[in-house]
Design a protein around this ligand. Structure first.
Ligand code: UT7
Length: 321
């Protein structure tokens, strides 16, 4: 038994913030941002627009693409690090909107790897027969916890959501998933406060995302190279067998370095970072949906998905689309 992708969807908030807009806010330039990160614009959630709103739009698109209704879904997994509330989790909030009461709703926090972690969890449930049709979503409103006066972080991040419907199938779908974490790196990329620590700072809005960009960059390049090798070896295939690489969209230079290690030409890499910046857990499913809808990814293609983020967490999925 496999889990195969039955449909994909994505949603980006209406408001666009370009590099030129940022030039007016902090000491930066369009040229610096494009050269160092590949980003040209990012989308920002409207006031009052929540992560669950983004999830719902992406989920409904994925359901439509799969020719399914919410009632067909028997499990929801949402990877996010920017939930609407501490609880209920975003998957529960989404379930209430979709109206499929009673199905398990899992909120999963693994920063930028949240979607790949979610795919891994959903795949296990489907393979064991515990679920048949699962909505897996990565969604973020990162703009809420960015310091818009800090040029080293505010130019990088954006909001968005991507969704897939996974369904049980006898023909090939997800061939393997690989997930890892190393909390040793917890101080390189983090948000300082939460509920049981620094709650007053959280409430007063004094805390923002912190990142040692340079150091994250180096570990990301090495780690993503390693997870690609691990995935190829586990499936006994070589890099030439892969039709498409869908990397986490954080920085074009990290993506190019991963593609070089895999000896993959950039024409076979799905690149969307220019359009929405780093959207954390939303980036991989949004890139997947982009390439499915524009016709590049076709049924039968072999796709390697990979992500890396705060924790550090990282993961990959090899999929026969
Ligand atoms: O999604 C989870 C994983 N996250 C990532 O993968 C992010 C990984 N890191 C990166 O993408 C890159 O490290 C950045 C894009 C964040 C930064 O690029 P960099 O080439 O590593 O630049 P840097 O941090 O070494 O900074 C170079 C220079 C510094 O100036 P000095 O010290 O050389 O005079 C910075 O102060 O660029 C300066 N700088 C800026 N200049 C203009 C930093 N941010 C900006 C800015 N505009 N926005």
């Amino acid at each position: 038994m496999y889990s195969r992708i039955a449909g994909t969807g994505r949603y980006l908030p209406e408001k666009v913030l370009t590099n030129f807009d940022l030039e007016k806010m902090v000491d930066t330039s369009d040229q610096w941002i494009r050269e160092r990160s590949g980003i040209e614009r990012r989308h920002i959630a409207a006031e009052g627009e929540t992560t669950c709103d983004l999830c719902e739009a992406a989920a409904r698109q994925a359901l439509e693409a799969a020719n399914l209704t919410p009632a067909d879904i028997d499990m929801i997994v949402v990877g996010t690090t920017t939930p609407d509330q501490v609880f209920p989790n975003v998957a529960c909030l989404l379930q209430e909107r979709l109206g499929n009461r009673g199905v398990p709703a899992i909120g999963l926090e693994a920063a930028c790897s949240g979607f790949i972690y979610g795919m891994s969890v959903a795949d296990k449930f489907i393979r064991t027969g515990a679920a048949k049709k699962v909505l897996v979503i990565g969604a973020e409103t990162l703009s809420r916890f960015i310091d818009w006066t800090d040029r080293s972080t505010c130019v990088l991040f954006g909001d968005g959501a991507g969704a897939v419907v996974l369904e049980a199938a006898e023909s090939e779908g997800i061939l393997s998933t690989h997930i890892h974490a190393d909390g040793y790196y917890k101080d390189l990329l983090y948000f300082p406060s939460g509920v049981s620590k620094g709650f007053d700072d959280l409430k007063s809005g004094r805390d923002f995302v912190q990142m040692k960009g340079n150091e994250v960059f180096k570990v990301a390049v090495n780690t993503l190279g390693r997870i690609a090798t691990e995935t190829l070896e586990a499936n006994n295939i070589s890099q030439e067998d892969i039709d498409w690489l869908i990397p986490h969209q954080a920085n074009i230079r990290i993506i190019e370095a991963t593609a070089r290690k895999l000896k993959m030409p950039m024409e076979r890499v799905i690149l969307t970072v220019q359009d929405h910046g780093n959207t954390s857990s939303a980036s991989v499913p949004m890139a997947l949906d982009t390439a499915v809808r524009d016709g590049r990814i076709k049924r039968g293609d072999l796709i390697l998905l990979e992500a890396f983020g705060g924790g550090f967490t990282w993961g990959s999925a090899l999929i026969r689309y």
